[in-house]
Design a binder for this molecule. Structure first.
Ligand code: CA
Length: 189
């Protein structure tokens, strides 16, 4: 079972994430202060860290940098401000994924699954919802006795949909996931 550390000072958010991830089969711990989170992250063994940016005592920037110096554990950086996320990306602190609040627990799970998959964790060899099963290795999508081989982009979209049951995903979200974010608009000087 994968062990996740959530470093998040908004307890309601941390609890919501914890409940959802536990229902999805993860073992979850919460730290609501930056210094406590950093200590846990360095001393204990986790498979992934969900790291909020604005935290009391030690902020997410410092935690990400210090954890990266010692460990290669996947980190999802979370912030309420898109600007901050862009800044973190620019700093190249070594986070593996970024999310802007608010997001649904289902979105978080989809990111987490994609990430643990990339890290070579075999826990998520397949992703299932109802009759549909997507093999993340071969990209075969199976429904009952029928199976089709998806393209890379089809698989990315299927993975997002299967990983977010009940969630309404916009066309933009699906396109962004499969094709990457749109290029920044040209600035007029
Ligand atoms: Ca915060």
């Amino acid at each position: 079972m994968s062990k996740i550390l959530i470093i998040e000072d908004e307890e309601a958010i941390a609890d919501l994430e914890k409940d959802y991830l536990e229902l999805s089969g993860f073992d979850v711990e919460i730290a609501t202060r930056g210094d406590v989170g950093l200590e846990k992250a360095l001393k204990e063994e986790y498979d992934l860290i969900i790291l909020d940016l604005m935290l009391p005592e030690v902020d997410g920037f410092d935690i990400c940098r210090q954890v990266r110096e010692e460990k290669n554990i996947p980190i999802i950086m979370v912030s309420a401000k898109k600007d901050d996320i862009d800044k973190i990306r620019g700093l190249g602190l070594g986070a593996d994924d970024y999310m802007t609040k608010p997001f649904s627990p289902a979105e978080l799970l989809a990111h987490l699954r994609a990430l643990t998959r990339r890290q070579g964790d075999v826990v998520f060899e397949t992703l299932s919802l109802g009759d549909l099963t997507l093999n993340l290795e071969s990209m075969d999508l199976t429904c009952g006795n029928e199976s089709i081989r998806l393209s890379q982009k089809e698989s990315a979209i299927a993975r997002m949909l299967l990983g977010s049951p009940g969630a309404v995903l916009s066309k933009e979200q699906l396109i962004s996931r499969a094709w990457g974010p749109p290029p920044a608009p040209a600035t007029i000087t």
